[in-house]
Design a protein. Structure first.
Length: 321
């Protein structure tokens, strides 16, 4: 059993598990220099070699410069290769479009990042979606129902292929809270996650569910646990360390894979990066587990700062309190 699994199950991992992801834009910017850097940390990258000459060829459409249209008719746009795209064309312009909206016919297990809440915003645009949540009319319930129905098909498709952990992502918060507030989230969205994650747990009771969600979401973290999530991947800066300690350690124990401060990494000194990781670990560490450290590296972080981040998590993953 890996330390990551032990951390989720609160079964005393030997070290704090660390996960490191590098966005394609960083590889496109730094190329061989980044490969040399990752070669120095086999404990995090496992000796991975990147085909630097063909990075663009292997990019998902969402990470390519230009536009593409997804199965719902949302238009995604991206100004540069290697970064994620955003939706610039929303097929639902008004309430009539909600009722005529067709549920896509594909049943292929497609569950992208933003599969439930963000899908509503992608379909309508942020402003129109917020109006629907404010009015709480039939259009909102119909739209949620269609997205949920599609997701039920897709979740059913993946059940035979699930391993020990199932990974999902849906950004539920903004910088200072939930755009629709926690009460409306509990009324309209929590039942959807309970249905979807409940399907998986019913089919595979031992399955562990991991959920990434950006933004300030500490108010609903216990609700995510009630919905079936076993480990949450929250952001440090948006939630605040004090809130995460209170909600995930003092009020109850919620396993988290803490997304370290990506906004700090591009501008911090080496000492500041070490202080940041130390503060997080000492505040959230439990001997039984419940803590992982998540690192995302992008092109805006200097190589020396990337090395500092990796050195810091290497040092503090052995912390024992």
């Amino acid at each position: 059993m890996s330390d990551f699994i032990r951390a989720i199950k609160l079964e005393y991992p030997e070290t704090i598990p660390v996960s490191v992801s590098i966005l394609p834009a960083a590889w496109l910017k730094y190329g061989d220099e980044l490969q040399k850097l990752t070669d120095r940390y086999p404990q995090f990258f496992g000796g991975r070699k990147v085909d630097l000459e063909h990075i663009k060829d292997s990019l998902h459409p969402k990470y390519r410069a230009g536009n593409f249209v997804d199965e719902w008719g949302c238009v995604w746009s991206n100004p540069i290769d290697g970064n994620d795209s955003i939706v610039t064309g929303h097929p639902v312009k008004n309430e009539d479009d909600v009722f005529s909206l067709k549920i896509p016919s594909n049943r292929d297990g497609s569950i992208p990042h933003g599969f439930m809440y963000l899908r509503l915003l992608d379909l309508c645009g942020f402003e129109n979606a917020m109006i629907m949540f404010a009015e709480e009319g039939e259009a909102l319930r119909t739209l949620i129902g269609k997205v949920l129905e599609y997701n039920i098909y897709q979740f059913a498709h993946i059940i035979p292929h699930l391993g020990e952990v199932a990974y999902f992502g849906d950004d539920l918060g903004m910088q200072n809270g939930l755009a629709i507030g926690p009460e409306k989230w509990r009324k309209y969205l929590k039942p959807c996650y309970r249905i979807l994650y409940g399907m998986l747990k019913a089919a595979k009771p031992e399955l562990l569910i991991y959920m990434h969600t950006d933004g300030c979401i500490y108010e609903i973290m216990p609700d995510l646990v009630e919905s079936g999530v076993d480990m949450i991947n929250p952001q440090f800066r948006a939630n605040g360390l004090d809130n995460l300690v209170r909600v995930c350690r003092k009020e109850q124990i919620i396993p988290i894979n803490l997304d370290l401060d990506r906004q700090l990494f591009p501008i911090a000194s080496r000492a500041e990066i070490f202080e940041h990781v130390e503060e997080c670990v000492k505040s959230l560490y439990l001997p039984q587990g419940g803590l992982g450290l998540s690192v995302e590296l992008n092109y805006d972080i200097p190589l020396e700062n990337m090395a500092a981040v990796l050195d810091a998590v290497e040092k503090w993953r052995f912390y024992k309190g």
